[in-house]
Design a binder for this molecule. Structure first.
Ligand SMILES: Cc1cc2nc3c(=O)[nH]c(=O)nc-3n(C[C@H](O)[C@H](O)[C@H](O)COP(=O)(O)O)c2cc1C
Length: 175
């Protein structure tokens, strides 16, 4: 199968799928948080509440594999600097303070946070899907940091209201 899709074309097409941006954190060998930027965060199910992140081997990957736990912090629009910080360009100025709760590390300024226990780890190509059951979560209002076609955006565009009532309840279609 390999070689049929041009990697650059694939990246460009995949980038048209707009996402938010998260910071995935776990506990390192010395007990301190290790974390990385990830936009592969996906909700999987509501019963029980289940999510996944797709991580390539690295420091955070190792911490998640070793502890069987990770926390996902959803970044707000004003936290673009944190995205760069946790994507491998750390600067002391941007170093954030994690808050620890029940041995999970979350960013206090996050729009949402999910504390996850790994229920399955599935190796696929050069990544591993860490499927996690949500032990607890929280959220607050605010404009999200959005990512689309390799660019970051402050929040989302204008709301679109359907001309006709939808055949389903949009609020119930969170995942
Ligand atoms: C917007 C954005 C999204 C990213 N999403 C992912 C992701 O979902 N999975 C992944 O493995 N790396 C992702 N990365 C790359 C990692 O953040 C980067 O490789 C990081 O340095 C890994 O850290 P670690 O190896 O120290 O844990 C993303 C980077 C950016 C800028």
């Amino acid at each position: 199968m390999e070689g049929h899709v041009d990697p650059a074309a694939f990246r460009a097409a995949a980038g048209r799928f707009a996402t938010g941006v998260t910071v995935v954190a776990s506990r390192g060998p010395d007990g301190a948080p290790v974390a990385m930027t990830a936009n592969s965060f996906t909700t999987v199910s509501t019963r029980p509440p289940t999510v996944l992140v797709s991580l390539m081997p690295g420091r955070t990957f190792q911490a998640v594999a070793a502890t069987g736990r990770y926390a996902v912090s959803v970044l707000a629009a004003q936290d673009l600097a944190l995205c760069g910080h946790f994507a491998g360009r750390p600067t002391a100025r941007d170093a954030p303070d994690f808050v620890e709760r029940d041995r999970f590390f979350v960013l206090p300024q996050a729009l949402a946070a999910f504390a996850c226990e790994v229920v399955r780890a599935v190796e696929v190509a050069d990544h591993t899907l860490f499927i996690g059951e949500v032990a607890w979560c929280r959220h607050r209002d605010g404009a999200p940091l959005a990512f689309h076609a390799s660019r970051f955006r402050h929040g989302l565009g204008a709301e679109i209201r359907p001309a006709e009532p939808l055949a389903y309840a949009a609020e119930a279609w969170a995942i």
